[in-house]
Write a protein that binds this ligand. Structure first.
Ligand code: PHE
Length: 437
C-alpha cells in the first residue's frame, strides 16, 4: 500500500469546480454540437436533456456516494462495497480511462493547433484541406504529446496543488469565454435560422434507435460518467458535503455549458451561410465549418476564433486531468506506487496508445464510438446495478451532510428498475450497430 496519506480538496468550491471541470470539455463543445447537427438538431437535444436528468444525475450521485464512502479509487472502492469480484468493474473503468484519454488528447491537440493558428496567422480559407492536413500525421502526434505532457504535469502535482488549483483558475475563465461568445453570436445578423435548427424539434427523430442510443452515450460522456472519474474525485471529498446538491450543481453546469456552446456554434454557422455544411456533419465539423466562418469574418473572426479554440483547450485540459487521475489514483491505491511514478508510467502508456488515432482519423472515430456508446454505457449499467442492488446501505452514505432529501427514494428506484432497463436496451442497439452493421 502507498505510504502517502490521502489528500482532500481544500473545500466545497475546490471539489465542485474540479468536478465541473471534468464534466465540461470537448464533450460539451465539439461532441455535443457535431452530434446535434448529425442527428437532426433539437430532437437530439431534447433526448439528451431527458437522459441527463433521469439517468445522468442519478448515476452521478451513485458515483459520488461510492467514491466518498470508500475514500478509494474505483478498483478498491468497488471491492470495498461489493467484494472482490467487483474489482473487475473497476478495471473496466480504468481501461475506459485509457481508451478515452488516448484519443481525447489527440482532439485536444487539434484545438491547441487551431488556437495557435488563430493567434499567429489567422484561419486558412480552405479549412477542409487544412483539417485533413493537421488532424492526422506528425503534426497531430506532436499536438497530442504536448497536451499529454501538460495533463501529466498537472496530475503529478496532486489534488490540491495540481487539479484543484488548475480548475479554480480555468473554470471561471471558461464560463466567461463561452457566455461572451454566445452574446457575440446573438448580435450576428442572420443567426436566427441557427437557433431554429438548434431549438425546433422534429419529434419523429426521437424514436430512432440510433438517435436514442447516441443521446444516452452523450449524456454519459458529457457528465464524465460510467468510468469512475466522478467516483475518484469524490474520494477526496469530506463527509460534511451535501452530495445530492453537488450532483445537481455539477449536472446543471455541464448542461448549461453544452447548451450555451450550441448557442455559439449554430448561429455563427447559419449567419455566414454555411448551413449546408451542417447536414454533412462529421466529427470534423467544428474544425472545418467554424474556421470557415472565422476566416470569412476577417480580423474579428481571428479574435473570436482564438477565444473559441482557447475555450476548447481549457475545457479539454480540465477533463483530461480527471481521466488521467482515475488511472493514476488506481495505480497509487492498488499497486502502492508513488503519484509521480504512476503518472509517468501511465501517462506515458496513454501517450503511446494515442499515436494510432493521431495517425488515422478513422481509428479515432471508432475509438470515440466505442467509448461513448459501449464503455461508458456499460459502466453506467454496472453502477446502477451496484448501487441499486449490491451496495448495502447507499442511503447512509448520501445522507452524511445531507439529512433528508425528498428525491432519495426516487433515486434508488430509478437506479433499480428503469435505468438498468433503458441502459440494457441502449447497449443492445449500440453493440448491434458497432459490431454487426
Ligand atoms: N466529460 C468530458 C467532456 O465532456 C469527457 C470525459 C468523459 C471526462 C469521461 C472524463 C470521463 O469532455
Amino acid at each position: 500500500m502507498s505510504q502517502e496519506p490521502r489528500e482532500r480538496w481544500s473545500g466545497r468550491t475546490g471539489f465542485v469546480l474540479a468536478a465541473i471541470g471534468s464534466a465540461v470539455g470537448l464533450g460539451n463543445m465539439w461532441r455535443f454540437s457535431y452530434l446535434t447537427a448529425e442527428y437532426g438538431g433539437a430532437a437530439f437535444v431534447l433526448l439528451y436533456i431527458a437522459f441527463t436528468i433521469l439517468i445522468g444525475i442519478p448515476i452521478l450521485l451513485a458515483e459520488l456516494a461510492i467514491g466518498r464512502g470508500a475514500a478509494r479509487s474505483p478498483i478498491s472502492a468497488l471491492d470495498h462495497f461489493g467484494g472482490g469480484a467487483w474489482k473487475a468493474g473497476g478495471i473496466w473503468f480504468v481501461a475506459s480511462g485509457f481508451l478515452i484519454l488516448s484519443y481525447y488528447s489527440v482532439i485536444a491537440g487539434w484545438t491547441l493547433r487551431y488556437t495557435l493558428n488563430a493567434l499567429i496567422g489567422g484561419f486558412e480559407p480552405d479549412t477542409g484541406a487544412h483539417f485533413d492536413a493537421v488532424s492526422q500525421g506528425t503534426g497531430a502526434v506532436v499536438g497530442h504529446l504536448v497536451f499529454m505532457g501538460a495533463t501529466s504535469l498537472i496530475v503529478s502535482r496532486g489534488i490540491k496543488a495540481g487539479i484543484e488549483r488548475t480548475s479554480l483558475v480555468l473554470m471561471p475563465l471558461l464560463f466567461a469565454l463561452v457566455c461572451g461568445l454566445a452574446i457575440y453570436a446573438y448580435t450576428l445578423e442572420g443567426g436566427r435560422e441557427g437557433y431554429a435548427f438548434y431549438l425546433e424539434t422534429d419529434f419523429s427523430k426521437i424514436l430512432d434507435a440510433q438517435v436514442f442510443s447516441t443521446a444516452a452515450g452523450q449524456a454519459f460522456f458529457s457528465l464524465s460518467l460510467g468510468m469512475g472519474a466522478m467516483m475518484t474525485y469524490a474520494s477526496y471529498v469530506s463527509p460534511q458535503q451535501h452530495l445530492p446538491n453537488e450532483s445537481l450543481v455539477i449536472g446543471g453546469a455541464d448542461f448549461v455549458i453544452a447548451f450555451v456552446a450550441g448557442l455559439v456554434v449554430f448561429p455563427l454557422i447559419f449567419a455566414l451561410g454555411l448551413s449546408a455544411d451542417v447536414s454533412e456533419s462529421t466529427l470534423g465539423a467544428l474544425f472545418i465549418t467554424l474556421p470557415k466562418a472565422f476566416a470569412m469574418m476577417g480580423l474579428a473572426g481571428q479574435a473570436v476564433g482564438f477565444l473559441f479554440f482557447a475555450a476548447l483547450v481549457i475545457g479539454a485540459l480540465t477533463s483530461a486531468i480527471s481521466l488521467l487521475e482515475v488511472v493514476v489514483a488506481s495505480a497509487i491505491d492498488t499497486l502502492g506506487w508513488s503519484r509521480l511514478r504512476s503518472t509517468l508510467v501511465f501517462g506515458g502508456a496513454i501517450a503511446l496508445l494515442g499515436i494510432p488515432p493521431a495517425l488515422n482519423i478513422n481509428i479515432l472515430d471508432w475509438m470515440d464510438k466505442l467509448a461513448g456508446q459501449l464503455f461508458l454505457v456499460a459502466g453506467g449499467l454496472l453502477l446502477a446495478i451496484f448501487v441499486g442492488w449490491v451496495m448495502k446501505d447507499p442511503f447512509s452514505e448520501v445522507r452524511k451532510g445531507a439529512e433528508h432529501v425528498a428525491w432519495f427514494p426516487l433515486w434508488r428506484f430509478l437506479l433499480r428498475y428503469p435505468i438498468p432497463l433503458v441502459l440494457a436496451v441502449v447497449l443492445y442497439f449500440s453493440v448491434r450497430k458497432l459490431f454487426f452493421d
